[in-house]
Design a protein around this ligand. Structure first.
Ligand SMILES: [Zn+2]
Length: 262
């Protein structure tokens, strides 16, 4: 199986001690390419640097997470846009709205989100979207900006959200949320009706460690090597084979982000 982890926060400091080993472990288990999430100006720069060191294997996104929306001042827009043009960058984001944690004031979240959608349109790259408990504001903004190309990453919504994203032409990113026995119940149902060519897989490491890893890891830190657990959970929910889920999601990720064959 050739897998692509479309969302891994490799710039996170929990990987400072063993980043190279983390990447090698993942590759050893078939994770042939990874998209490194940029969630701030700093982590975007790091994601690009990491991608330059591993050409054809690592790719980056350039963006500011809604948690950090208050940091995205008008002065930072030009530097962020310049980063988004880097050849290693395959998407703009992660950007969006998070009303679950509300770490930045909502008006600033909306402003930062719209700015990044404008950057994506100018740069001509897909968007890497984050949304939690904000669907009612999120969807009209996507529509107003005519967003057609991107991924709703770490999707945890219901059927209506899924259908709204699919109708826009977006892809849907599934994480180890689906492996959670209790929290994943709805997602295991919702994932059945995502067309295979719109379904992408991700760990969102170091977050969202799949809860069904056996033997249970000593650390709570998730890593891209655990992506096969996500594939298996998706396959089981869709009554499909892991090989088919892997092949379709790899093809879809390459097409969306313009990644080379390995
Ligand atoms: Zn996210």
């Amino acid at each position: 199986m050739e897998l692509i982890d479309i969302g891994v926060n490799l710039a996170h400091d929990s990987f400072d001690v063993d980043r190279k080993a983390v990447i090698e472990r993942a590759r050893g288990l078939g994770v042939v390419q990874m998209v490194v999430t940029g969630s701030s100006e700093d982590s975007t720069r790091q994601a690009i640097e990491l991608s330059r060191d591993a050409p054809g294997v690592l790719f980056a996104t350039a963006g500011v997470h809604p948690h950090h929306a208050a940091d995205l001042t008008p002065e930072l827009l030009a530097p962020l846009e310049a980063l988004a043009y880097a050849p290693e960058v395959v998407a703009v984001g992660e950007c969006g709205l998070d009303y679950f944690r509300d770490l930045s004031p909502r008006p600033l979240q909306r402003r930062a989100f719209e700015w990044q959608l404008e950057i994506a349109a100018r740069v001509g790259k897909p968007v890497f979207l984050h949304q939690r408990d904000a669907h009612d504001d999120f969807l009209p903004i996507l529509r107003a900006h005519g967003v057609k190309s991107g991924v709703a990453h770490c999707f945890t919504g219901g059927e209506q959200e899924r259908d709204a994203y699919l109708e826009l032409g977006l892809h849907i990113g599934i994480t180890g949320w689906i492996n959670d026995e209790r929290r994943g119940v709805e997602l295991r149902n919702v994932v059945r009706q995502i067309p295979a060519d719109r379904l992408l897989i991700e760990t969102d490491a170091p977050y969202l460690l799949p809860r069904d890893i056996r033997p249970a890891p000593g650390s709570r830190r998730n890593e891209p090597a655990y992506l096969p657990y996500v594939v298996h959970a998706i396959a089981k929910a869709r009554e499909d084979s892991p090989e088919a889920v892997a092949a379709a999601s790899t093809r879809a990720a390459r097409k969306l982000f313009g990644l080379p064959e390995t």
